[in-house]
Design a protein around this ligand. Structure first.
Ligand code: KG4
Ligand code: ZN
Length: 354
């Protein structure tokens, strides 16, 4: 079979990402961040996000092709996120990618955004040592494994039985972990998105200064809840306006990390998995990475540049789907803002029937 050159597009939220995966390896990953645009509002403005995607997507594609050292003639498949996400934002990348596939007569692979995050763990060998500095955490992982996705929009534990075959073990009942980081960072006056800034400040503080109660202690399941921690930070800052911000940040980060890690460890024990993939923007959190390395699990995290939203992870997911013999999708797929990952869990047989 001819070597595949897969173009992956993600415009689910506020980053315009186009990546190229050639023969299973990431050869380009270009992301145009909209952070500066949304900082003034303290969060993502959906309409502004869609317009910005539209104005930069051509340039992002051109840069990705240059970085990959390929032309459109070399591309064998086009993949794009079709959900979940902001509908206007999704529509831009999805329509652009479908149009490209149609015009060039190429197969189109629709990808679930979270499937992309899971597949980002496949990007390690391509970018790992050079982009990151060698790390034992960044080696490729093949299913089956347990997967913790912690991003700005989702926090879930998945049983990844095979590519395209996912079972959700638990999820956040309210805020996602990244969302909680962002909200706490805002309370601390750290700007948007606050996760990375809060992590940096936390590194200088005492994580035991303010012992926040861990959420959902005693539950039998594997759910998460983070909105109470954000409220605890708010109440603390109202009662003690002079509280040391680094200590508050460190204590808050400690509580989030402990909650994520302890629930994940219980899920690993219940499922019997020894390998854990951690993906999503919060996978970039250094304290989380350190804490996970202390556990008996074999932990795999994507390189930093593949942890937050990007197009390469969408191309990696498409590659994994094609390798697994799953459907190549079709051009009729629509942007779907609410989309459980179980809807992407289709086998070739199932897709042939539908
Ligand atoms: O996966 P992602 O790029 O976008 C979504 O799909 O949501 O995740 C973005 C989230 C933001 O909430 C951001 O604050 C958080 O990931 N984040 C972090 C760190 N880097 C990004 N949170 C904590 N520590 C970090 N180093
Ligand atoms: Zn994401």
């Amino acid at each position: 079979m001819k070597e595949t050159v897969i173009l992956g597009v993600d415009t689910s939220c506020d980053d315009t990402g186009v990546g190229v995966v050639r023969g299973g390896r990431v050869v380009a990953n270009v992301v145009a961040s909209q952070t500066a645009l949304h900082t003034a509002y303290g969060g993502v403005m959906p309409e502004q996000a869609s317009r910005e995607h539209l104005s930069v997507i051509d340039t992002v594609l051109t840069r990705a092709l240059l970085e990959a050292d390929v032309t459109l003639d070399d591309v064998t498949h086009v993949a794009a996120t079709y959900g979940p996400g902001l509908v206007g934002a999704l529509l831009v990348g999805l329509t652009y990618a479908k149009g490209l596939a149609w015009a060039r007569g190429l197969p189109f692979v629709p990808v679930h955004h979270l499937e992309g995050h899971i597949a980002s763990a496949l990007g390690a060998s391509a970018l790992g040592a050079s982009a990151l500095g060698a790390s034992s955490l960044t080696e490729n992982a093949e299913p089956p494994f347990l997967c913790l996705i912690a991003s700005g929009g989702h926090t879930s534990l998945f049983d990844v039985r095979a590519w395209g075959d996912y079972g959700e073990l638990g999820r956040s009942r309210d805020d996602a972990a990244g969302e909680a980081f962002d909200k706490a960072a805002r309370l601390l006056g750290l700007g948007y998105p606050g996760g990375p800034a809060l992590g940096r400040l936390a590194a200088t503080g005492d994580p035991d200064a303010y012992p926040f109660t861990l959420p959902l202690r005693g539950q039998k399941g594997f759910d998460f809840s983070f909105s109470g921690l954000k409220t605890a930070v708010s109440v603390l800052l109202q009662r003690q306006p002079d509280a040391d911000k680094a200590d508050v940040a460190a204590s808050f980060e400690h509580a989030i990390v402990e909650s994520l890690v302890r629930t994940t460890l219980r899920a690993a024990a219940a499922t019997g998995y020894g390998t854990l993939v951690v993906a999503g923007g919060v996978a970039a959190n250094l304290r989380l990475r350190e804490r996970l390395q202390e556990t008996p699990l074999t932990v795999r995290v994507p390189p930093f540049e593949l942890a937050t939203d990007n197009g390469a992870m969408i191309a990696l997911a498409a590659h994994a789907r094609l390798q697994a013999g799953l459907d190549e999708g079709d051009l009729s797929v629509d942007a779907t803002p609410y989309l459980p990952l179980s809807d992407a869990s289709r086998t070739r047989d199932e897709s042939a029937r539908s």
